[in-house]
Design a protein around this ligand. Structure first.
Ligand code: TA6
Length: 283
């Protein structure tokens, strides 16, 4: 399966054209920062388990006629641009509607996945553009699998006070009271802002619960060019919810922190675009 490798100042990312899935980010010290399951299937049919799967036009499976998390992560993307300058190197992949996608989602669209690699950071953004003349509803998300030494030692800081949907507790709506979210067991939460209140980004730190920070993560979203409250999903299945291509103990080695427009479906007007972005700085 074809990949594109981007290098800058000793750092390197590798992105599969299949799914547009970024499957490796090595910082200049050689450390791999992105998790991919040892049992990931690379058959060009099934979405790659791990990396940064691109979720569009649905999150989960509200439309049962469409695959879980939509079709973007199991479609063949094309290379649109590769550019370099002193500060960073940029890769742009594209996906647009086809007969296959229109059979599932009857609207013209263009997606762009942009990767900006610098010596000290990785910035990703998924832009969805409505290229038709009718509005459509969509969800989109960057499903980032962060490599960690041990999920039991992970804390996610910065979500205190946020509302979240607890998918492990029947979708109950709760409010985060902890200064740092620990992930000691199966966790599947969608953090969102009170409707119509916040437009700011949701910046978090993925850390060791006993202290040291691992990743500073800035998450943002826009719809129609205006900032929109980004949602952040935190997931780890532990053994009990691990899918077949993620056999235990693989769950030990990652935490998913996923920026998206997913708490509700969003309408995109003809000609408008929406972007979900994530900027990661490892410590
Ligand atoms: O982002 C969390 C989540 O929606 C979980 O509910 C779980 O389904 C996970 O995505 C993985 O989904 P997948 O379709 O990749 O197995």
């Amino acid at each position: 399966m074809d990949t594109v490798v981007l290098r800058h100042a000793g750092a390197e990312v590798e992105v599969y054209l299949f799914g547009g899935t970024l499957c490796s980010w090595k910082t200049a010290d050689g450390q791999e920062r992105i998790f991919v399951s040892p049992a990931a299937v690379f058959d060009g049919k099934k979405a790659i388990r791990g990396g940064v799967p691109l979720v569009f036009p649905q999150f989960g499976q509200p439309d049962k006629s469409m695959p879980q998390h939509g079709f973007a992560r199991s479609s063949l993307w094309s290379l649109k641009a590769l550019t370099d300058n002193a500060d960073h190197s940029v890769l742009v992949l594209g996906l647009e509607d086809s007969e296959a996608t229109r059979a599932l989602f009857p609207f013209p669209f263009q997606l762009e996945f942009t990767v900006v690699l610098s010596a000290v950071s990785l910035r990703m953004s998924l832009t969805s553009r409505n290229t038709g003349d009718s509005p459509f509803n969509f969800q989109s998300l960057l499903h980032t699998y962060f490599a960690v030494p041990s999920i039991g030692d992970v804390a996610v800081r910065g979500l205190a006070g946020r509302k979240f949907i607890d998918k492990v507790d029947g979708g109950a709506e709760k409010k985060e009271s902890a200064a740092q979210l620990l992930v000691p067991s199966f966790t599947d939460r969608v953090y969102s802002d009170p409707a119509g209140v916040a437009t700011e980004s949701k910046d978090v730190v993925v850390a060791n619960k006993d202290g040291g920070a691992m990743y500073a993560v800035s998450n943002g979203a826009t719809v129609g060019g205006a900032p929109r409250a980004v949602d952040v999903v935190v997931w780890n299945p532990y053994a009990e919810a691990s899918p077949g291509d993620l056999p235990p103990p693989a769950f030990e080695s990652f935490v998913c922190v996923e920026p998206g427009l997913v708490a509700t479906a969003h309408e995109l007007a003809p000609g408008a675009e929406a972007t979900v972005s994530q900027m990661i700085m490892p410590f």
